[in-house]
Design a protein around this ligand. Structure first.
Ligand code: CDP
Ligand code: MG
Length: 777
């Protein structure tokens, strides 16, 4: 930009660089006033001139100060004024699709435009973008994908990477790529935005990049930990975590009015909560409590109790409840809907907010209804990426679902873990956006004191398979070398495991180069194993059930198992299975639901069979997404045949499931009246209680293939399907090559079969199969 333009833009920005139409309407003026009231607006000049002078700028500021919605607009407006508008092309990445969509809608609204004019968005399989679009909000994954086709991001003038403090894998990955790219694109600007104050870390990564801190303001938030909540209820926590009747005057009105009986009920809720949460077992070193937080019992009654207090006694204001994940959000919602006060829709508007919700549902969260109390049950997504303005009360369960990875045993874990101190503060801050607020942390202060300061970055705690695939598809050189340039490099063992895995599934050849299969897998925005299963389903003409399996494995388990009805629920699930397969049970359940939907009886079907209708709908939508993806990539034509999908008992469908999930396999060691399970890495493993196979006393197959194993105290397998020896021999990767040790570990069964000439026969069939698959790709 030349000097004249800078001066012009300064002059215009003082006058208010606002699209003229906004100034004309009352709505436009209101919006403008709102924008100007945001802390980011006051820093506009400083931000723009710093960006002008530096290639990399880091901007940090409290959540809600206007980073995401304003910063990209400042740049856009400045470019438009400087007459470079037509040439500018700003990309702003978001870690989640829900924020990419909601932010783009908001920015278009602020500009008085429709989406697809100057502002657009693009997320997986969905997007609105027009010829005039100059500012695109997209998920980080979309930008990474674009890099495959356009290595130098030719037309992009500004890249804004948002929410870098979350240290998501994609963001950390993108930063390595961009760091390499910057010297080759000296005119391109990179702006990193972060909610918390770890800006120095990023600045030093980018060789001392400029930092701008936007001063923030929040109203004071009164903080209650568990002991304070008890005190307000009329009870006191003794040093050994027992409850004492306190009987003080300061107690909540609801409890004062309550008859004694109700008081004792409250005491028992709280006593339950302490027992269930087992804070005594809390281990500050590992950040784990020996017994998990059990939301079904403790949290739910406790949360209901506090919500009831807020609705009955407290001033107006919306409530935000931080829960662990989608499962407990939907279960709590169902429970609350039955409550006389909280379920009364004339008084309470109960909403949910999580990453995989539809955009129409999202909009409701931001609305500010009059005369009813808005209660939003949310995951940690509402911590920083989504700001709901009218929140006055926050309830924080203190946990989130964190994926972690045990590289030594090559075992991924997805467990509810305690959040970090930064997250707890962030959650609390959500209450003070518009007026002084209140935050109820549902755990004692000593637990908070033991929280880690920050969460570990995702790149250090998740399996790296998808990442390694991406590194290869972007031709970024040797994987280990590339990852050594990360902000924090993952363990060598974790990298080796991922490479080994990709070789086993046939995505890499022995020299770590992408195979044709690997090349196709990079086009699937999902785990490589699910992508592979889809491709195989198409090749073997049984795509229909495989679409259901892959879609089901991508959403929360649709089989519900309420604690108090576990047996009834398990019995309902077992109707879908008489073939030792959770995956095929999912297919049957889905097909039954689809039939019921034709008669508009899907909901009843779900109730009767302990299924989540939300999961069913999500599976239905994902199936369609996956199918259109397969068509786009050219794996199937407009009308894929399903001639091999006519019966679920056919071994072929099992084989395709097996081939996709391999090497997730364990051997069944049969005993007289029972059986035990073994995997190579873990030795003895167990079936998750919700698996249909967990209820069997005998499984007439030698192997189980599983989608996921999770380490809690011992290792548990989630969904599994029993398979025969021949399937293992035909589709089981490199068993024959890896020699005796592995086969012995797997149960000694195959040793016999693998002796020549049987082994040779299987190997030649396998080779033919591989040829067929390669030729179909
Ligand atoms: O990114 P940061 O957390 O700094 O803030 P933001 O997302 O840009 O939000 C700035 C303001 O716009 C907040 O007060 C939000 O509540 C508001 N906003 C909104 O009203 N509706 C949206 N969809 C997004 C933001
Ligand atoms: Mg933001």
């Amino acid at each position: 930009m030349c000097e004249v333009h800078i001066l012009l833009s300064r002059a215009l920005s003082i006058m208010g660089p606002v699209p003229f139409f906004l100034q004309e309407s009352a709505e436009g003026r209101r919006m403008l006033e709102f924008r100007r009231s945001l802390p980011a607006y006051k820093e506009k000049e400083a931000i723009l001139s710093t960006i002008l002078r530096n290639q990399v700028v880091i901007i940090s500021g409290q959540t809600g100060c206007g980073k995401t919605t304003q910063l990209p607009q400042f740049i856009l407006e400045c470019e438009i004024e400087s007459l470079q508008g037509a040439a500018c092309n700003i990309i702003c990445t978001q870690p989640r699709r829900i924020s990419a969509i909601s932010v783009s809608e908001r920015v278009a609204l602020e500009r008085g435009e429709k989406l697809g004019e100057s502002v657009g968005y693009k997320v997986r399989l969905e997007g609105i973008k027009g010829r005039e679009t100059r500012l695109l909000f997209c998920t980080t994954g979309i930008l990474l994908r674009r890099l495959i086709a356009d290595r130098k991001l030719k037309d992009v003038t500004h890249i804004i990477v948002d929410e870098i403090h979350e240290r998501g894998m994609n963001e950390d990955f993108l930063l390595i790529v961009l760091k390499d790219l910057l010297p080759r694109r000296p005119e391109m600007k990179l702006i990193l935005m972060s909610a918390t104050l770890d800006a120095e870390l990023f600045s030093s990564y980018f060789n001392g990049a400029a930092i701008i801190k936007i001063p923030g303001f929040t109203h004071p938030v009164r903080t209650c930990f568990l002991e304070d909540i008890l005190e307000l209820s009329g009870y006191r926590l003794t040093p050994d975590n027992q409850i004492d009747d306190y009987g003080q005057e300061r107690i909540w009105k609801m409890n004062k009015q309550a008859p004694r009986k109700r008081k004792s009920q409250i005491a028992s809720v709280v006593e339950d909560s302490l027992r269930e949460a087992d804070f005594k077992d809390y281990n500050p070193q590992t950040r784990e409590s020996l017994s998990c937080w059990n939301p079904d019992c403790m949290g739910f009654n406790f949360i209901e109790y506090i919500l009831c207090h807020i609705c009955e006694d407290e001033r107006p204001g919306a409530v935000l409840v931080f829960m662990i994940g989608w499962d407990d959000i939907s279960a709590l919602k169902e429970k609350l809907l039955l409550h006389p006060v909280l379920g009364d829709q004339s008084r309470v508007l109960l909403l949910i907010c999580h990453g995989s919700m539809a955009s129409s549902e999202q909009r409701l969260i931001f609305e500010e209804p009059e005369g009813v109390r808005k209660i939003v049950l949310a995951t940690n997504i509402a911590e920083t990426s989504i700001t709901i303005n009218d929140i006055v009360f926050v309830l924080d369960c203190g946990k989130e679902k964190e994926s972690s990875y045990d590289a030594l045993n090559n075992t991924p874990c997805l467990l509810p873990t305690w959040i970090s101190k930064v997250s707890a503060q962030q959650r609390r801050g959500r209450a003070g956006r518009v007026q002084p607020g209140e935050c109820y942390h549902l755990y004692p202060r000593c637990v908070y004191d033991a929280f880690a300061e920050y969460q570990l970055p995702e790149i250090l705690r998740t399996p790296l398979q998808s990442l390694c695939l991406q590194i290869k598809s972007l031709k970024l050189g040797p994987i280990s070398e590339f990852l050594s340039r990360a902000l924090q490099s993952p363990e060598i063992l974790a990298v080796q495991n991922a490479i080994e895995y990709l070789k086993i599934i046939g995505a890499f050849d022995d020299n770590e180069n992408l195979t044709l299969l690997g090349h196709y897998l990079t086009m699937f925005p999902m785990e490589p194993k699910l992508g592979k299963m889809l491709i195989l389903g198409a090749i073997f003409n049984c795509l229909d059930p495989i679409l259901t399996v892959t879609a089901s494995l991508s959403v929360r388990d649709p089989f519900l198992a309420p604690l108090d009805q576990k047996d009834v629920a398990a019995a309902a699930k077992s109707q879908f299975s008489h073939d030792y397969s959770d995956h095929l049970a999912l297919v049957r359940a889905y097909d039954g639901w689809k039939d019921a939907e034709i008669d508009l009886a899907g909901q009843e079907y779900c109730w009767a069979n302990f299924l989540s209708s939300q999961s069913m709908k999500a599976i239905d939508a994902l199936r369609m997404e996956f199918l259109s993806l397969l068509k786009d990539i050219g794996i199937v034509d407009s009308n894929p045949t399903n001639c091999n999908a006519w019966s679920y008992d056919v071994h072929l469908i099992r084989a395709v499931i097996f081939y996709g999930l391999y090497p997730g396999i364990c051997s069944i060691v049969h005993k007289e009246k029972s059986f035990s399970l073994k995997t190579m890495e873990d030795g003895k493993v167990h079936l998750h209680l919700n698996s249909v196979n967990a209820r069997e006393s005998k499984i007439p197959y030698p192997w189980l293939v599983f989608n996921e194993k999770i380490k809690v105290n011992s290792v548990f397998l989630r969904d599994s399907t029993a398979v025969s020896d021949s399937v293992v021999l035909l589709f089981g990767g490199k068993i024959s090559k890896d020699g005796d040790g592995q086969l012995k570990m797997l149960g000694g069964y195959l040793e016999f079969l693998m002796k020549p000439p049987v082994a040779e026969m299987f190997q030649s069939i396998r080779r033919k199969l591989d040829d067929i698959i390669q030729s179909k790709l």
